[in-house]
Design a protein around this ligand. Sequence first.
Ligand SMILES: Cc1cc2nc3c(=O)[nH]c(=O)nc-3n(C[C@H](O)[C@H](O)[C@H](O)COP(=O)(O)OP(=O)(O)OC[C@H]3O[C@@H](n4cnc5c(N)ncnc54)[C@H](O)[C@@H]3O)c2cc1C
Length: 423
Amino acid sequence: MQPPQNRPRHSIAVIGGGPAGLMAADVLASAGFSVDVFDAMPSVGRKFLLAGKGGLNLTHAEAFDPFVQRYAGRRAAVQPLLESFGAEAARAWALDLGIETFVGTSGRVFPKDLKAAPLLRGWLHRLRGQGVQFHMRHRWLGWAAEAGAEANGLPSALRFDTPNGEQRFEARAVVLALGGGSWSRLGSDGAWVPWLRERGVDVAPLLPSNCGFDVGWSEYFRARFAGAPLKSVAIDWTGTDGSPVRQSGEFVVTEGGVEGSLVYTASAALRDRIDADGSATFQLDLLPARDAEWVAREVAHPRGPRSLSTHLKTRLNLSGVKAGLLWELCPKDVQADPARLAAAIKALPITVTSARPIDEAISSAGGVRFEALDDGLMLRALPGVFCAGEMLDWEAPTGGYLLTACLASGHAAGRGVQRWLGG
Ligand SMILES: Cc1cc2nc3c(=O)[nH]c(=O)nc-3n(C[C@H](O)[C@H](O)[C@H](O)COP(=O)(O)OP(=O)(O)OC[C@H]3O[C@@H](n4cnc5c(N)ncnc54)[C@H](O)[C@@H]3O)c2cc1C
């Protein structure tokens, strides 16, 4: 491999080898450009590989309209990216790499073997075949202070911390695809935020998204139920736009609170509510398949000498963590009143007081604001520098929406570079 400082200046630097950066490199290399990919880690795609551990949810098969709604407040900015490269394009891209996909029962789309590794392997093989050069253990440190290439409309040399000391690299154009701020041990640590701000780029603070929350359980409840899954439940909450939202699914009781797919769905609204009010409350329906009348009738049914626990278990099939939550969260007077207890079974208020730290979150919100970018995802403040992936200011629930938007924005940034260079 040619050392980067000796490579001609006509190369394009892609910094960050996650799905967004690799897609930008793919678009540019396919168009015949010379591309150098830099990554701080010893290998690329570490978060992508981790995503494959639980079954790589590549995208979602729902219609375009509901799909773009998932990006909520950033829908208008994300929609054009998905119009050029959406769910179908993501599936076609995987197929082109020899990986067939299937639609699961929930509409989520997965590779047939559920894994990320074969997809990444095939992708890297193709990129290397196209001449893309990979520079691992190259941590980008920002730009050299001197004006350097700025005379040509480009920012000055890129600085990298490498095993051989600091090295510089001058590029015709740069794609930053540095990821968000979660799971920093996989490479995306958000260190880039101040470097872009110093250069006049508007960056929204990185916040946890698709994250767990703290509740503060009693020692008794924590000792018995930490780690217990709540299956076949539903939750009601107020969405970020103020409208009521209801969703069924499952989540898990943790040492200090709640996490899991159903909680992640509500996480943006809960996080913002905590930010505004100091806490947020959602309602848990422990028996979504039963209507309120049925529940009220069964709770009120005479129980004779049986304990309330036995009564709930035999007549309503409520036991384990579901019953435990009722005893944990309902005051004694509610437990003693069949009508109020029945109401709690259908809408048990759970108050969360803080989001778990960003490093534990599946993804992050915040990042480079779309107003700081042009249509080709080039930074208005830094001509020749493009941004893609989770480092942009959008968020979405799990379900394949994260990877799709990363791939779509990587694709758009690649096209943006191409247009900017007149290709
Ligand atoms: C446990 C888990 C499961 C997930 N499952 C799914 C799923 O099934 N479906 C889905 O859609 N999404 C999933 N996601 C989210 C998805 O993986 C991310 O949204 C996606 O990887 C972000 O892509 P990216 O290219 O923007 O950034 P990343 O994948 O984070 O890549 C950024 C790259 O930039 C490099 N980098 C950062 N800073 C520097 C620097 N200064 N210098 C050089 N290199 C740097 C990093 O090393 C990294 O390789 C999951 C996430 C997690 C944590």
